[in-house]
Design a protein around this ligand. Structure first.
Ligand SMILES: [Zn+2]
Length: 460
């Protein structure tokens, strides 16, 4: 994923202090180093960049009662459950989600947390990410528009706006590191048009721009959302956000499924980015985002696994595969992209609508880095962060697919990373996190999860 998109047989890389110094054939590299990873028979790829997640939702995966709901009722089902989260639960689910992501080749994670109930603070998640060693973009998210004011969340799940803004400033001061090689950044992320007030959207944008941090929210995820902004503000979601000062190259939106051609052009011309979340969009029956149309128009697109209550898997390699497959399903279901409305699926003029395996990998690496505003991750090249992962190709899973090992990683069933290296440090070995003993974490996490799920089942 360097600028020439080189693929190097018998290749390797040499890194020092977390920064790549050389990428090339093994014979060109230094013969020795403090740590040498032998990767015979493996493929090494740049680490994936996950651009949208809600790590807290690992506590509520596959919860009975939520499995066949689309977004609005699904949110209404979960809000009171997520509101019972504690700081310790927050730490545990951050570790669980990041461990799963790292094992799937992910080295940078953006997390969109928008409620801070009980003793929860963003500090707990940032500390957990440091514990495990994953490059972390945290968000001080928010909800301020309760049901009694016409919003979707219950009143006891929303916060006072002055407190949100004050805490946003606090965490930016305490944690945001904009330097090259940064392991921790902070974004501001009101949850959605139907859970925050216009005042908070505007004030958040002003604060983010004054402090040089990025802006994120959910947008154009469902027709329910579109109906909400049309009825309440008389505008479609993208127009509405534009009036709030929310279209720009420091903004990226999760999902962006339901957009028209003009809105795609507006994303491209303003530099607004998209976090494409194919598994979540399928799970919640939200729709199919026009990803190939975005790419053709020059919109910056990254990949997101989304929260674990709407995807249930925090697996970036799986997500890359789903992105490729879902883009292809779109060709079969929907008319051609562009002015023509009738062309068969096999028409050569529709070739450009096919997403390739390499495009899926590019969206998951370089695309995500661009969406997060980073020029030091997403590719393996001198000067870039030493973030990469490898997959062992000499297994039954890839047998027969080695005529194109790069494509095989996306076409074949996703397998855990043999190594995941982040900031030059081995975080995953043989598919398992080695920076932390995960067994007690999983046990304690499941205890919290049962408590939360059991509460719901008891009718609370
Ligand atoms: Zn989301």
């Amino acid at each position: 994923m360097d600028d020439e998109r080189r693929e190097i047989p018998d290749g390797g890389l040499f890194a020092r202090d977390g920064i790549v110094e050389q990428v090339g054939s093994t014979g060109e590299l230094p013969a020795d180093a403090d740590v040498v990873l032998e990767m015979d028979g493996q493929i090494a790829l740049p680490g994936f960049v996950n651009t949208h997640h809600h790590l807290d939702q690992t506590l509520t995966r596959a919860l009975p009662g939520s499995q066949e709901l689309n977004l609005f009722p699904w949110l209404e089902f979960h809000y009171p459950i997520w509101n019972r989260r504690t700081a310790e639960a927050s730490r545990l689910c951050t570790l669980v989600g990041l461990a799963e992501l790292a094992a799937s080749g992910c080295t940078t994670v953006f997390d969109h947390t928008y409620t801070f109930p009980n003793d929860c603070r963003l500090d707990d998640q940032i500390a957990a990410a440091k514990e495990i060693g994953v490059r972390f973009h945290a968000s001080r998210g928010s909800m301020s528009l309760g049901r009694s004011s016409g919003g979707l969340p219950p009143d006891d799940c929303v916060e006072d706006e002055a407190a949100i803004l004050a805490d946003s400033e606090r965490v930016i001061d305490a944690y945001h590191d904009a330097s090259a090689g940064s392991m921790t950044q902070v974004a501001l992320a009101p949850c959605s048009p139907f859970s925050v007030t216009p005042e908070l959207l505007r004030d958040t944008a002003l604060l983010a721009r004054a402090r040089g941090v990025r802006l994120h929210t959910h947008l154009c995820e469902t027709f329910d959302e579109e109906r909400f902004t049309l009825e309440r503000f008389g505008l479609r979601p993208v127009e509405w956000m534009e009036t709030m000062g929310w279209l720009g190259d420091d903004v990226w939106f999760a999902h962006a499924v339901h957009v028209d051609d003009d809105e795609v052009r507006r994303f491209a011309s303003t530099g607004a980015g998209v976090a494409h979340c194919p598994c979540s969009n399928m799970r919640l029956a939200s729709g199919i985002a026009p990803v190939k149309q975005y790419l053709a128009a020059g919109v910056r697109v990254g990949l997101g696994v989304d929260g674990s209550a709407s995807n249930d898997a925090s697996n970036m390699l799986l997500e890359a595969r789903q992105a490729m497959l879902l883009a292809r399903l779109r060709i079969g279901l929907l008319p051609p992209e562009g002015p023509q409305t009738e062309l068969s699926t096999s028409d050569p003029q529709r070739r450009h609508e096919w997403m390739t395996a390499r495009e899926a990998l590019e969206v998951a690496t370089r695309g995500g880095a661009s969406v997060l505003g980073r020029t030091d991750i997403g590719a393996l090249a001198p000067g870039m962060c030493a973030d990469f992962f490898s997959i062992d190709l000499n297994t039954v899973d890839y047998a027969g697919a080695l005529n194109d090992p790069v494509a095989a990683t996306v076409f074949c069933a996703p397998q855990p990373a043999r190594f995941t290296v982040i900031d030059g440090r081995v975080v995953v070995e043989h598919g398992r996190v080695r920076t932390l003993d995960m067994a007690p974490v999983v046990e304690a996490h499941n205890r919290f999860s049962r408590e939360l799920g059991g509460t719901r089942a008891a009718g609370a």
